[in-house]
Design a protein around this ligand. Structure first.
Ligand code: NAD
Length: 285
């Protein structure tokens, strides 16, 4: 494998975690209250349990307290709203994360909108997303924030570059498109109804895939020397974790690429830790 081409999200995330650990140590040394994240899990969706476990481990490693509240998937929307309201008013809790997806009978948007902006660690509430669009970046959703941090670390030029994003979700595609526009990239957003996808992806200086399908992005979809960011989390036919990109065949063609695992995933977690610390500080004042 050509290591020079690999965007090492694991390594960059460790640099961020070291900084977060140092800041939490300072808080501890000053005998102040330690930052607290509360995660709400509804039901026992297997992938959600894994993501929550990883977030909890990451918090504990940097010295942040993380508690997980688990409710049966029969919980009503009204009950859940009441729980979030209580957490909003609990001065001992800095950050609230509702693990998605929720059960069918619960309106996710309504639940997310119940989280107080000052505790919205995922950055999914309308005010935070509106600020992002306007270029005010106090707190950013974890995955787009992590991807932007990778661009910065590797000094990847965005100005004037054509960035093509596949996927228009509210948590990845749409916020990332705005961040890239604000960074003066030219942005094309593709989705399931896009016609002639390959014609568009082949124009990308930077291609970002957030689709959720293994080997969706093939070598023939990529321009020579493009930079490829793989957001997807999938399992291949051997049940191994993989991204959206046919990594092996794409690698020889690209300038740089994020692997899965070890690319965007660890950056999302590192961004979450930074966001907890940010909310801790604004909630202290
Ligand atoms: P989503 O599942 O909400 O939506 C997928 C997007 O892909 C949609 O916008 C859809 O229009 C598009 N799409 C589907 N089929 C397509 C096709 N044939 N052509 C073009 N576009 C198509 O998206 P999401 O929540 O952003 O998640 C996408 C993937 O990224 C998933 O695998 C998810 O697990 C992963 N993810 C990873 C991280 C991370 O930290 N690495 C964070 C968030 C999501």
């Amino acid at each position: 494998m050509d290591k020079a081409k690999i965007i090492d999200g694991k390594m960059v995330s460790e640099l961020i975690k070291t900084k977060v650990t140092a800041q939490v140590s300072k808080i501890k040394a000053a005998e102040q209250r330690i930052p607290v994240l509360t995660i709400i899990q509804i039901g026992n969706h297997k992938a959600s349990s894994t993501y929550i476990k990883n977030k909890k481990i990451a918090c504990e490693k940097v010295g942040i307290n993380c508690n997980v509240l688990n409710y049966l998937d029969t919980i009503s929307e009204a009950e859940l709203i009441k729980i979030i309201d209580e957490l909003n008013n609990n001065a001992e809790i800095d950050a609230i994360l509702v693990q998605l997806p929720l059960s069918e009978h619960i309106n996710s948007e309504k639940i997310i909108n119940t989280i107080a902006t000052k505790k919205d660690v995922d950055g999914f509430t309308p005010k935070i997303l509106g600020n992002l669009m306007l270029g005010h970046y106090n707190l950013l959703p974890g995955t787009p924030k992590g991807i932007m941090a990778l661009f910065k670390h590797y000094q990847i030029q965005l100005f004037g570059q054509h960035a093509v994003i596949i996927g228009r979700s509210n948590i990845v595609g749409k916020p990332l498109a705005n961040l890239l526009i604000n960074a003066s990239a030219t942005v094309t957003v593709c989705h399931s109804q896009t016609k002639n996808l390959t014609t568009l992806t082949k124009q990308a200086d930077i291609l970002i895939s957030a689709v959720g399908k293994a080997k969706f992005v093939t070598a023939s979809m990529i321009k020579e020397n493009a930079i490829v960011i793989d957001v997807g989390i999938n399992w291949d036919e051997h049940n191994n974790l993989c991204g959206d990109v046919d990594f092996e065949n794409v690698l020889p063609k690209v300038k740089m690429i994020t692997p899965v695992p070890g690319g965007v995933g660890p950056m999302t977690i590192a961004s979450l830790l930074e966001n907890i610390l940010y909310l801790y500080h604004i909630n202290q004042t």
